[in-house]
Design a protein around this ligand. Sequence first.
Ligand SMILES: Nc1ncnc2c1ncn2[C@@H]1O[C@H](COP(=O)(O)OP(=O)(O)OP(=O)(O)O)[C@@H](O)[C@H]1O
Ligand SMILES: [Mg+2]
Length: 355
Amino acid sequence: MADQNAKTNGGGSPAPGAEGFATEDYAIQVEHIVKKYGDFTAVDDVSFNVKNGEIFGLLGPNGAGKSTLIRMMTTLIPITGGFARIGGHDVAKDPDAVRRTIGVIPQALTSDLDLTVEENLNIYAKLYDVPAKERKRSIDELLALVDLTKWRGAQTKTLSGGMRRRLEIARGLVHHPKIFFLDEPTTGLDPVSRVAVWEMLGNIKSQRQLTILITTHYMDEADRLCERIAIVDHGKLVALDTPMALKASVPGSNVIEAQFENVPSDWEQRLHTLDDVTSVQHEGASMYRILTGNGSRTTTELVEMAVEAGVAVKSLSVQNTTLDDVFVHYTGRQLRDELQKAYAFTMPQRPGLQP
Ligand SMILES: Nc1ncnc2c1ncn2[C@@H]1O[C@H](COP(=O)(O)OP(=O)(O)OP(=O)(O)O)[C@@H](O)[C@H]1O
Ligand SMILES: [Mg+2]
């Protein structure tokens, strides 16, 4: 069951994920954290813990407060209330110790376009005081890890969006951090590059024993990569659990997506009356998303009802419940709709050609 206590976890009780774990087992501890901008509360009493070695996902629509949470945890902005402990260090009291422990990939691309891939890594290694003789070995290893060895001498502006993201991931690891924060590392990438980045993160994690906190809009990716997921909405933590437990917490085990023609005005209400149906979402263009506890029985009844009503079924698919359904269940709306309303993030044009 998803952790509904998360947002109101009051009275000094441990944050979600704390059960049975000593403080030193946690890479990240966030307790009742709040961020206010004037009267506006961007992060509202959020508590969670991330275990050492875990890949933890923060999921939420635009403006949910994901970046604000990351900025507070990584010492970039002051915390209004509550506290965060990263690698055992209090963010407010010992920010330098936190900075030495973490690697951060911010949401915007920040590598220097006029430098080569290797120069970008070198600058960071110097900035973090990586000893000169270790620098080259570390950079060689990182370039291999993110599959950019061939491009070490290429100017960063000639790289594709996916390659730049991989460079930034390498850059964030140059000082061997223990805890890695990535803010939407795959937004704006094509599907192939997205998969490449996530596979790379899996490899890196297994080789470097990192704890990873990652934010994303993409439910499928969070489902695939993250061991636990926190769903954030309007600054509040609305659910937190493993992807499997989150999906199991949603009533209904299958989702039917069906498109009809000539539907009567009460069609949505009629869909609700079918056996085992737990929710019906109208997605526009006579497309409906129906959650049910019994996909095959509801499908049969649905087709019979459509024939009787003279409604044509244009398309129909039955799948298992996804994290999209989890999101709708806990927030009352589709993440997809939210994203369509939001501005589109596009990668900059690149002059050269790459594979
Ligand atoms: N410096 C600021 N001053 C005022 N409001 C801010 C500031 N930074 C963020 N906000 C507001 O706080 C809320 C949370 O923003 P945040 O960037 O954390 O969201 P997000 O979940 O990262 O969204 P996205 O998916 O678009 O990156 C938003 O409503 C945003 O407008
Ligand atoms: Mg953000």
